[in-house]
Design a protein around this ligand. Structure first.
Ligand code: XIL
Length: 315
């Protein structure tokens, strides 16, 4: 018994959720669970570039502030997500020349990180998100195509300048197991740190699916990154299934949640686990992966699922 956050805190870890501003503003059950069960929050969309700087130099922090204020009221830490990404970034950024794009990136980071630099709730940022392809090559995004790989180091340096105390992360998906992509991430982080680029942390999104199997070398992979001297964290955990839900799939899903929490608990450098939402009522999965869903720890009616119990009992 007792909320997840109490147990996580007792283990020296955070348990987090991504929050959406809509239900946070108008749904009591959503607000109450978000407040009571979690001690860390991430904005699901409200801190992304399209939300915070939709046109050049015109900043809008209404959604971001709503998340941060909620977290402050509820004694939760905020993980800022995300500064430099190929997705959810306005067209005006994508069409800039190299010099103008680098300046716009540095200004965006300075304004967004700077706004919360003195806010005690906001403690970390995803500076660069999804820079790799699954084969381990750099993703040929507009960032890479216009600026080359140097945009990554420049982004971290700009974030450090804007908030010297924030923990700065690089974040990606399909890097949970040891594979070509996670090894490319490992090599990049190692190389950046050798060059004194301020990379403090690596985020493992962990968008898992029961039909693809569990990455059984997750703990070993977290440990090899920890050996580079970085903090590691699970940043966007969900475990989707082909719909419809049934008890067998729920049980498999619960073991995946338990295994992820246990891997983080077993690695001292793992700061915690953030789930990408908490209720199946609001999840990106059905919109993104056709025919799949039920990826979270509460159902659409805010009832706890076996996955909730698995996380609770692991903590
Ligand atoms: C997703 C959100 O959950 C959706 O609401 C939005 O429409 C698209 O982005 N990797 C990330 C997250 O880093 O920002 C993404 O979030 C999910 C994949």
């Amino acid at each position: 018994s007792g909320p997840l956050r109490t147990h996580a805190a007792g283990r020296g870890k955070f348990i987090g959720a991504a929050l959406a501003t809509g239900p946070l503003s108008n749904e009591t059950s959503y607000r109450n669970l978000a407040a009571t069960e979690f001690n860390q929050v991430t904005a699901e969309n409200a801190m992304k570039w399209d939300a915070t700087e939709p046109s050049q130099g015109q900043f809008n922090f209404s959604g971001a502030d709503a998340i941060v204020n909620f977290a402050t009221q509820n004694n939760q830490q905020v993980h800022g997500h995300t500064l430099v990404w190929h997705s959810q970034t306005p067209g005006w950024v994508q069409s800039l020349s190299a010099t103008a794009m680098r300046t716009a990136m540095q200004n965006h980071i300075s304004q967004v990180v700077g706004r919360y630099a003195s806010n005690a709730s906001v403690v970390s940022w995803d500076v660069a998100n999804e820079v790799f392809d699954d084969n381990g090559n750099m993703r040929t995004s507009f960032w890479y195509n216009t600026l080359g790989q140097s945009y990554i180091a420049d982004a971290f340096r700009a974030a450090r300048a804007a908030d010297p105390d924030a923990r700065l992360c690089i974040n990606d998906y399909n890097v949970e197991g040891i594979n070509a992509k996670s090894t490319a991430m490992y090599n990049l982080v190692s190389s950046l740190r050798q060059q004194n680029v301020p990379v403090d942390c690596v985020g493992f999104q962990s968008h898992l699916a029961i039909q693809y199997g569990f990455p059984t070398d997750l703990q070993q992979n977290l440990q090899r990154f920890a050996a580079l001297g970085v903090q590691v964290r699970i940043t966007e955990l969900d475990v989707r299934m082909q719909m419809p839900r049934d008890a067998t799939k729920d049980a498999t899903q619960a073991t995946y949640y338990r295994n992820v929490v246990n891997a983080c608990l077993a690695v001292t450098a793992c700061a915690g686990v953030t789930i990408w939402g908490f209720t199946d009522k609001y999840s990106w999965v059905p919109d993104t992966f056709s025919g799949q869903g039920a990826a979270l720890i509460y159902n659409e009616s805010y009832q706890q699922k076996p996955s909730y119990t698995a996380v609770h009992d692991a903590l």
